[in-house]
Ligand binder design. Structure first.
Ligand code: FAD
Length: 368
């Protein structure tokens, strides 16, 4: 094992949440190191070639990978150390076990921000392990990072934003998309994304599911069926598509292993994607000095990840002894922006869910 490193604030994950946390902590005066397992920082943003929606304040109209470039440049300019190709495999008190460029070592910090993002959900059906069946995020990595088309004739499962976005990105990359299959009675993503793919002639089959996939050593066909009121396939409604790519966009689950290992208390929260660590308004967990932000604290969007990261970074720096001169005002402003982001029809359930997580954290604190 190589030598141990020490910093004031360590951030695990170089996506929007982690970079925003790092920037806030650094601006407060702390020495900050970000570790990310990928070859370049940016997290999911690196794959996002589409323009963001929402408010100007949250980068609306700008492409995700450009937002990542700016965040990375700002971090570098401020003196944040960005360690890429560095995996944090464990957390032992305030020390991270890391593998950096293939060599194991440790990184100790006064405070730590976990911003590890989320993992894609799978779906089980006969043939689901055939090559050609993959997560929508995997397909996005193929197309937008590696410039490789993972298939020529595709079907997408899931009509949330991720499913709708991967549909038009596959179309842009030259694939034929034969349809989007959605078990719910209506589309879950933004109407504007759905309109775009419908204009391109892609049908959206609501109240449908995948029955099975088949092929000799690789995906060759997929059969779907309509669902009745109780969610059972309707006999006779089956239709089979000859395809070589099936993308699953059926939700994300917070990537929380490090927080479990650290001993954080958790709560199951459906609207946030699964088990999430209890945390305060400042994003501090039930382990003092350990903060969380972004999708790992509840699956949402890059805009909310940026604001949560800012809160976590400010609080982590304060914990490490670096109070930003306007700490309370800055935190209040970030919370207000978060509340605004969660005020729309898509955000309300998540707003209430986050409120509940904070309420439980307060209950835990008061019981100590
Ligand atoms: C197809 C698609 C389209 C989207 N479009 C939009 C949009 O238009 N607008 C919007 O606001 N949001 C959008 N989102 C959502 C947005 O991308 C995420 O909510 C956001 O990236 C979450 O940020 P994060 O920093 O929490 O996680 P991530 O961006 O996932 O970053 C986490 C990083 O941590 C790294 N990591 C994880 N574990 C470790 C470890 N143990 N050691 C080291 N590194 C680790 C990961 O490799 C990753 O780089 C979209 C998502 C998808 C999938």
């Amino acid at each position: 094992m190589a030598g141990a490193e020490v910093t004031e604030v360590a951030v695990v994950g170089g996506g929007p949440a982690g970079l925003s946390a790092a920037l806030a902590a650094r601006q407060a005066g702390a020495k900050v190191i970000v570790v990310d397992e990928n070859a370049a920082p940016g997290g999911q943003l690196r794959k996002q070639i589409h323009k963001f929606f929402g408010s100007k304040e949250h980068h609306a109209g700008r492409r995700g990978f450009r937002i990542a470039e700016e965040l990375v440049a700002a971090c570098r300019e401020q003196g944040v150390e960005l360690w890429t190709d560095t995996l944090a495999y464990g957390i032992f008190d305030h020390t991270l076990g890391i593998v950096r460029g293939g060599t194991a070592s440790t990184l100790a910090a006064r405070s730590i921000v976990l911003a590890t993002g989320a993992s894609e959900n799978a779906l089980a059906f006969p043939g689901c392990t055939l090559p050609g069946v993959m997560g929508a995020g995997a397909a996005q990595t193929f197309i937008n990072l590696h410039r490789v088309l993972p298939g020529r004739r595709a079907l997408i499962v899931g009509a949330g934003n991720v499913g709708l976005i991967i549909t038009y990105q596959l179309l842009q990359a030259g694939a034929e998309v034969l349809g989007v299959v959605e078990a719910a009675p209506r589309i879950g993503g933004y109407a504007v994304h759905a309109a775009k793919i419908r204009r391109a002639g892609v049908p959206i089959y609501t109240r449908h599911t995948v029955l099975n996939a088949a092929g000799h050593g690789e995906l060759e066909e997929v059969t779907i069926a309509a669902l009745d009121e109780n969610g059972w396939p309707i006999a006779g409604s089956e239709r089979t598509f000859a395809i070589d790519l099936l993308c699953l966009a059926v939700g994300l689950t917070p990537l929380t292993e490090l927080a479990w290992q650290a001993g954080c208390l958790f709560e199951y929260c459906g609207p946030l994607g699964g088990h999430v660590p209890l945390h305060s308004e400042d994003m501090e967990t039930t382990v003092p000095g350990l903060f969380v932000a972004g999708d790992m604290a509840g699956v949402e969007e890059a805009s909310t990840a940026l604001e949560e990261g800012r809160l976590a970074g400010l609080a982590a720096a304060a914990y490490a002894g670096y109070r930003s001169p306007n700490l309370e005002e800055e935190k209040a402003a970030a919370r207000e922006r978060l509340q605004a982001l969660r005020s729309g029809p898509f955000g309300e359930g998540r707003y209430l869910a986050h409120e509940e997580i904070v309420r439980r954290w307060l209950k835990w604190r008061d019981a100590r």
